[in-house]
Design a protein around this ligand. Structure first.
Ligand code: AHR
Length: 518
């Protein structure tokens, strides 16, 4: 499908100029053909996963305020955030890092809170962490919002014994010293921890290792990731940064096959350079375009990493987890350095849509992905300010995409013209389609143009059962605590014609519809 899409895009580029001229007012007309053929394995709901690190106000203030807080809470978790996350139906949540994972000792976060040690969060702002949010608080939180737990262990500065004892503490149902301690700390029953990460970014903050050393260390640590008989725990090797294909190749070559079920990939999108990433709001069309174009790079990255995986694992046993992705801008002025707090605009919602569409094209390997991060950090779904909370355009896009979870992706072909902005050339639209178990087709359509609409012509016969559109009057439109509903979804539908359903997409928009096909 990717190849045919790329070929179609190439042919479409020449025709595009004509189209654009002819429809300067209404935008181009794009014909989308959706086949009944499955384009890969079903979309794992876990591809819609999240990530929450001890970083800035991601946990403290964002999720956890403590039982004595004046902010309404249940057992210390803010009620407003709990409700928003329950609505979102988060399938899996990764914790405690990130870079933080490789400095974390799980024993700091258990037992009476007033007795827990206070440590310095050396990666993120050099601030203190009183460990009020630890193993019990995380696993109970995940259970409460209905998310599977994905715990990242410490391979950088911890020991294999520390890791194996943590797993025993969390998951064992035997009567042991550790499980008695767990019960004394308030939890008799073991938790389910279906995913365990062996370290994080070992090529960087996790220890600046070579891929060869990282693979060796993974073998050593993963040997001690012991779960009770009958309990499945997916062991995730910390993998490559962006386009470091050699890292993936070495892991696939050197890690013992029985010690690795998934390998991770991290890729963040920003308009500028690593040193000067660009602003989250107040940007121009060039930054709009380079952000969206850069988010599309995820497609090539996955293709190339998967090619390395295919060489060593042609059966596709090892999954690729994109367990950190999202936008990363310069932090907001006035926010604490190192807290990675940024606003979130309609542009971020489109990045989410484009990235999820890419994941739908790689379902044979991409079995989990975790947007970074959940609350108040990077491409957050939720922002809080003291007792106030707002939902970001990213949150709304994830809500709109819910029907894709578990659906089977369908072959889609379309001849999108390109939008040219400064030095950036990118497709005008992107489309993804999937069939849900009840037979309805779910279709997402993204219009990347900052100022031109697009007409989508499909051959789909049927009626729109549900539809929502997310757009805004400006390219950096965002929700604030003063105006929390500036960017919210509205009802959206198509026009039924004899040749199929048609849709009119406004500029800078994202639409998701479900169609009862005939
Ligand atoms: O999400 C912020 C940081 O980005 C994570 O801690 C790290 O894994 C990555 O570099």
């Amino acid at each position: 499908m990717i190849n045919s899409l790329k070929a179609a895009l190439a042919i479409g580029t020449a025709a595009a100029t004509l189209h654009c001229a002819a429809f300067a007012q209404q935008g181009p007309t794009i014909r989308v053909s959706i086949s009944d053929e499955a384009a890969g394995d079903p979309i794992e709901p876990e591809v819609y996963g999240h990530f929450a690190e001890h970083l800035g106000r991601g946990i403290y203030g964002g999720i956890w305020v403590g039982e004595d807080s004046e902010i309404p809470n249940t057992n210390g978790y803010r009620n407003d955030v709990l409700a928003a996350l329950e609505d979102l139906e988060v399938p899996v949540l990764r914790w405690p890092g990130g870079c933080f994972a490789d400095e974390y000792n799980w024993r700091d976060g258990i037992g009476p809170r007033e007795e827990r040690p206070v440590r310095i969060n050396t990666h993120w702002g050099w601030v203190t962490d009183d460990n009020a949010f630890g193993t019990h608080e995380f696993l109970n939180f995940a259970e409460r919002i209905g998310a599977d737990a994905y715990v990242a262990g410490n391979m950088g500065s911890g020991s294999p014994r520390e890791m194996s004892r943590w797993i025993e503490y969390m998951t064992s149902d035997e009567d042991t010293t550790l499980t008695r301690e767990r019960a004394e700390n308030g939890r008799e029953e073991p938790w389910d921890v279906p995913y365990f990460g062996v370290g994080n970014e070992s090529w960087g903050c996790g220890g600046h290792m070579t891929p060869e050393y990282s693979a060796e260390l993974h073998n050593r640590y993963a040997t001690f990731v012991d779960t009770p008989p009958g309990m499945d725990m997916t062991r995730v090797a910390t993998g490559a940064n962006v386009d470091d294909y050699n890292f993936t190749e070495v892991l696939m070559r050197d890690v013992k096959p029985w010690l690795m079920d998934a390998v991770s990939l991290h890729y963040y999108t920003f308009p500028g350079s690593w040193e000067n990433k660009g602003a989250a709001t107040g940007f121009d069309e060039a930054a709009w375009a380079s952000t969206l174009k850069n988010s599309l790079r995820m497609d090539d990255l996955i293709t190339e990493h998967v090619a390395r995986m295919d060489e060593y694992d042609p059966e596709g046993r090892v999954a690729l987890y994109v367990d950190e992705w999202g936008t990363w801008y310069d932090s907001e002025e006035g926010s604490t350095p190192g807290f990675l707090y940024q606003q979130n605009s309609i542009r971020d919602a489109l990045v989410a849509g484009l990235t999820l569409n890419i994941f739908h094209r790689h379902t044979d390997r991409v079995k989990m992905a975790n947007i970074a991060q959940m609350v108040n950090v990077l491409q957050a779904s939720i922002l809080t300010d003291g007792p106030d909370m707002i939902l970001t355009p990213t949150y709304h896009s994830l809500m709109m995409y819910k029907p894709f979870k578990g659906a089977t992706p369908l072959e889609v072909e379309f001849d999108s013209p390109n939008v040219e902005i400064g030095e950036t050339s990118m497709p005008h639209v992107d489309v993804s389609a999937a069939r849900q178990e009840d037979g309805t087709v779910v279709l997402s359509m993204v219009n990347l143009s900052p100022d031109e609409p697009a007409r989508i012509r499909t051959g789909l016969r049927g009626s729109v059962a549900t539809g929502q559109l997310l757009t805004a009057d400006e390219i950096d439109a965002h929700n604030t605590f003063e105006a929390p509903e500036r960017v919210v979804p509205t009802d959206f539908t198509g026009e039924e014609t004899r040749s199929g359903l048609r849709f009119e997409l406004p500029p800078r928009s994202l639409a998701v519809v479900t169609v009862d096909t005939e």
